[in-house]
Each structure stands twice: as C-alpha cells, then as structure tokens.
Design a binder for this molecule. Structure first.
Ligand code: OAD
Length: 249
C-alpha cells in the first residue's frame, strides 16, 4: 500500500483529538529519510555490514578502543550533515497539541531535539556526547581525528561516546520515566523500530497490557504488528505529517 492510499479511521482520529496522554517510541526508521542508516534492514542496515559485538559493546571497546572510537566518529560525521525530516517535525507538532506527550527515543543522532521536540527520553544515549569510560566526566570538546583515543582530563581514562552498548544498562531515570509513560498513556505509538531490542521493545506491550491503544507506523510488519490496534506500513516521514494533519490540523 502506498502512503497516499492510507486512510486513518474516523474513530481513531476523533479519539486522538481528545487525548491528553500520549507516548511514542521511535527507532532508526524515523531518521532513515534524513539519510541515516538503520540497523537491521537487509543490505543497507548497519548490522548487515558490521557486527554489533565488534563495535557496540564494552568488550569491543576493551579489545580495540580505537576501532570503536573511529566507528562512532564516522557516524558522528554522518550525523553532522543531516537534518530532521517531516517525521521528526510532525512529532514536535504532536507535543504542541497533547498536554502529556512523552517521546521515547532509541536514536542517538539528536535529530528529534533539533526538530524542536521537548520532553525527550533518550534510552540509548546520544552520539554527540563524549564521556570518560572510567569516571564518566563529560568532555566539552574533543578531537575525532586523533591517532589514539582521547583521554579524560580528570582521570586519564579513555573517552567513549555516551551511548548505550549491548550488555550495558539503560540510563535508569530515563527508563523508569519511559515505563511510567507507557503504563499511563491512552495512546502508544511505535514508529520506525524493528521492536526487537529490549527493554525498549517491551514498552508497547506494557502500554497494550494497561489498555492503551497501540499504533504502529513502520516500513514493514514487526513482532508488534499482530498486537497493535492499528498498523500503518510505509515511511514515517510521510505518514506522520498526514496523521498530524488529520487529527490536529
Ligand atoms: P532497526 O534497524 O532494528 O529497525 C528500523 C525499523 O525501521 C525497521 O523495522 C525498518 O523496516 C523500519 N524503517 C526503515 N525505514 C523507515 C521509514 N522511512 N519509515 C518508517 N520505518 C522505517 O532500528 P531500531 O529498532 O531503532 O541500539 O533498533 C533498536 C536498537 O538496535 C538501536 O537503538 C541500536 C540497535 O542496535 C544500540 O545501538 C544499543
């Protein structure tokens, strides 16, 4: 089905117009139309080309810090050249209409904030922040293009991106707030995420179990699709603005 053919059910539009509690979880698919690569899409996803255990785990950093540093420096460089797309802006627009809107994000690219989204819970950190791997002190400036991994000015430890790697815990306050929002909302959107990485993936199910209406917007079906009350398949940068226009326009 092309995006142009998607109809938003009248009852959904009318309920959404009146809601005051909405939560949305986003993933790499939301930034795809900005030109950033997703992780799991066949051929083009980052994990089709690289192995997460070589680049996105504490063990990988211990084994070869420079390889990991350079990979994130490369991704940071890619992020520098991109801008939010209509999907990011549509979410910011929802925030203007829904009093309790919580945006829960897995993306580390910073595009949601750049588009003006507020009340953003970053579950997987942010690639634009660098901190010490030992004492956690944040670096204000750093050189991405060095012969060896830069060191912390405070303790001499190695610097690393402030992102969550496989095997690491998510930031506690952000995760707790996300769980709370999922449990309390009337509507939960899952957008541009394959829904296979925990604990983020379980948020939609938590919302569903508490009686929220769950809406999926994704390029293709996911493990959530069967449980979702509504599933719209296509590009989020096309569907979200039309959705926002239909409900709050
Ligand atoms: P994935 O790459 O796993 O999933 C992206 C989803 O977006 C897929 O289901 C695509 O079909 C869909 N998609 C692609 N383009 C789209 C578009 N234009 N509009 C809508 N949907 C689109 O990415 P995530 O689910 O975000 O974690 O992955 C979750 C986590 O796994 C990431 O945060 C990252 C990764 O490993 C860490 O690095 C810790």
């Amino acid at each position: 089905m092309s995006t142009g053919q998607i109809e938003f059910p009248v009852e959904l539009v009318s309920l959404l117009r009146r809601t005051s509690k909405l939560a949305a979880l986003t993933g790499a698919g939301v930034s795809q139309e900005s030109g950033l690569r997703t992780f799991r899409d066949a051929q083009v996803g980052l994990w089709a080309q690289y192995r997460p255990e070589d680049l996105a785990s504490p063990e990988a950093f211990q084994r070869d810090p420079k390889l990991v540093w350079d990979w994130y420096a490369w991704r940071r460089e890619a992020v520098k050249g991109v801008r939010p797309n209509p999907g990011h802006y549509a979410l910011a627009e929802i925030g203007k209409h829904v009093p309790e809107f919580t945006l829960i994000i897995q993306n580390v690219d910073g595009l949601h904030r750049m588009a003006g989204n507020q009340n953003v819970l970053e579950l997987h950190g942010n690639i634009q922040r660098v901190r010490c791997a030992d004492c956690r002190t944040f670096a204000e400036t750093w050189d991405d293009d060095t012969e060896s991994v830069p060191r912390c000015r405070e303790c001499g430890g190695l610097r690393r991106p402030d992102v969550v790697w496989f095997g690491e815990a998510l930031p506690r306050a952000q995760l707790e707030a996300a769980v709370e929002a999922a449990r309390a909302c009337d509507f939960f959107f899952s957008i541009g995420t394959s829904g296979v990485v925990q604990p983020a993936a379980s948020l939609a199910f938590a919302a569903h179990n508490r009686g929220a209406v769950v809406i999926e917007i994704n390029a293709e079906p996911t493990p959530l699709t069967a449980k979702a009350d509504y599933a719209f398949h296509g590009k989020s940068g096309e569907i979200l603005p039309r959705f926002v226009e239909a409900v709050w326009g």
